[in-house]
Design a protein around this ligand. Structure first.
Ligand code: SF4
Length: 489
């Protein structure tokens, strides 16, 4: 693998330049260091703040950069925020010129671009064309992505209206899975090795739910989402106990959506679907990620495509009429033909919603290690793959309804949720747009209090990620939430 060196004489450039460099040159490995002067390596990008406040970007040619070049930035604004964005645009434009590429989301690195797009439209009272122009001039976002963001933001706005600044949602994390996927960065303990902790874990969930009823006064949640991990890694009996606890402690009169992330087909059977139906779970996910058996094996999913078909059919027989499917574009060894085959299978099954992820290489995942051993994972045209996924969603009469971005995403793209009318995942929008508090229960979860005083203030508290610590420290975890939600309620 070819290597680029990023050196800089001031640490404050580190994040912005590194994020852009790896987006413009995906698949190349890069190292960073602080250096007063260029280190003299081949393929080095040296960013230097000069004494007169100008900033230079010096490219030194090797195998990746094809010629030596220097770009110089002279600030023209006075405000700190303006200069910050001027500088970001300079980094973006220089890298774009050097690489001959543009990025769909320009210089934006945040998780929630729709929030920014909608905020811009409202604050500046701009027309759609005005927003698109503004997003390009300021952040270099492509017109296609700004239009997509606007469309989603408008739909979200109407769906969120009844929940904005009032009520709350409940999240319960179940950190067990049948096995750990190669790309996983979530909290996931292989159930076969951690089965002995399940009873104690459910007891902690009981304590958390009981405490919640005292802390969250004034009615139950608007949505409930059981995620993880894979909640259906629990046996049918354990899952039934969990759902029974919810029925016992959680007032259900406000609940508009009750999701269980069924996720892995190898964790599903008719008994578990029947249990979920009995407790009025209204939305589930059955996630293929891909319809190619070789890839599933490679990424450690330990289920087959035929298991997915079987699980999906069982869910329909049990009467689930709101089933989501997650897909990942850019999995190792996959090309556009594989994506096309996967999308054909999705059309055949016709789920009610579809969440299309661009593969994100997380630091904590085994995928990162895999890439360092096997090199770049896929040279596919990600924008075309995403367009093909959008066409499939169109064919299934689905609209894009939520969107978010992560670091190190394939093609510098986004994750998009599509759904048929009336099947929008409300919890997904609530958590993304931060319009309502989330009371989160279980190991490695984060509760979020959205203040209702108009200040836009948000405070968070988390729980231990380490399972043993969570189990032994449960009272302290509850106390954290009492402190967070206790006041102003
Ligand atoms: S199913 Fe999800 S949470 Fe479990 S290991 Fe795979 S990616 Fe991680």
């Amino acid at each position: 693998m070819r290597e680029m060196i990023l050196s800089y004489n001031i640490e404050s450039f580190e994040y912005d330049v590194y994020a852009l460099l790896t987006s413009f040159y995906p698949g190349e490995s890069s190292k960073q260091c602080i250096a007063e002067q260029p280190t003299g390596s081949r393929d080095e990008l040296h960013v230097h703040q000069n004494e007169d406040a100008t900033v230079s970007m010096l490219f030194f040619a090797g195998d990746v950069f094809s010629y030596d070049k220097e770009y110089v930035f002279t600030p023209s604004s006075a405000g700190e925020k303006e200069i910050k964005w001027e500088l970001k645009r300079f980094f973006y434009d220089s890298l774009s010129d050097m690489s001959g590429r543009t990025l769909p989301w320009g210089g934006l690195t945040g998780v929630r671009p729709t929030k920014l797009i909608m905020g811009t439209a409202k604050e500046q009272a701009l027309s759609d064309e005005g927003v698109i122009q503004y997003m390009y001039d300021n952040y270099r976002v492509s017109p296609e992505k700004s239009s997509l963001g606007l469309k989603i933001a408008r739909l979200e706005d109407s769906l969120l209206e009844p929940h904005r600044g009032r009520g709350y949602s409940l999240y319960i994390g179940i950190p067990f899975c049948p096995s750990t996927c190669l790309y996983c960065s979530f909290l996931s303990y292989a159930i076969y090795a951690y089965q002995k902790y399940v009873d104690r874990y459910l007891e902690c969930i009981r304590k958390e739910l009981q405490a919640m009823t005292g802390i969250m006064k004034g009615g139950g949640p608007d949505t409930i989402y059981i995620g993880g991990g894979t909640p259906t890694a629990l046996s049918a009996d354990e899952l039934g106990r969990l759902l029974d606890l919810i029925e016992e402690y959680v007032p259900m009169e406000n609940v508009k959506e009750f999701t269980v992330e069924a996720g892995r087909p190898d964790s599903l059977n008719a008994d578990k679907f029947a249990v979920m139906k009995k407790y009025k779970v209204s939305r589930i996910s059955v996630n293929p990620q891909t319809f190619k058996d070789d890839t599933l094996k490679l990424i450690g999913r330990r289920h087959t495509v035929s298991q997915l078909y079987e699980a999906f059919a069982q869910a329909r027989v049990e009467g689930f009429d709101n089933i989501n499917m997650d897909l990942i574009l850019g999995l190792p060894g996959e090309d556009l033909n594989d994506v096309s085959h996967t999308l054909d299978c999705v059309r055949e099954l016709a789920p009610d919603s579809l969440t299309v992820h661009s593969l994100a290489i997380k630091r904590a995942s085994r995928m990162k290690e895999w890439i360092s051993q096997h090199g770049s994972i896929s040279g596919m045209d990600y924008e075309l793959a995403m367009k093909m996924a959008q066409d499939t969603a169109d064919a299934l009469k689905m609209k894009p309804y939520y969107l978010y971005r992560q670091k190190n995403m394939a093609g510098a793209l986004e994750n998009t949720g599509f759904a048929r009318e009336g099947r929008y995942g409300l919890y997904n929008i609530i958590i993304m747009e931060e319009v309502q508090s989330i009371y989160a229960i279980g190991a490695g979860t984060v509760s979020k209090k959205v203040f209702t005083d108009g200040s836009g203030r948000i405070e968070r508290c988390d729980t231990h990620k380490d399972l043993s610590l969570y189990l032994s420290d449960i009272e302290a975890m509850i106390e954290r939430k009492r402190k967070l939600f206790g006041e102003d309620k």
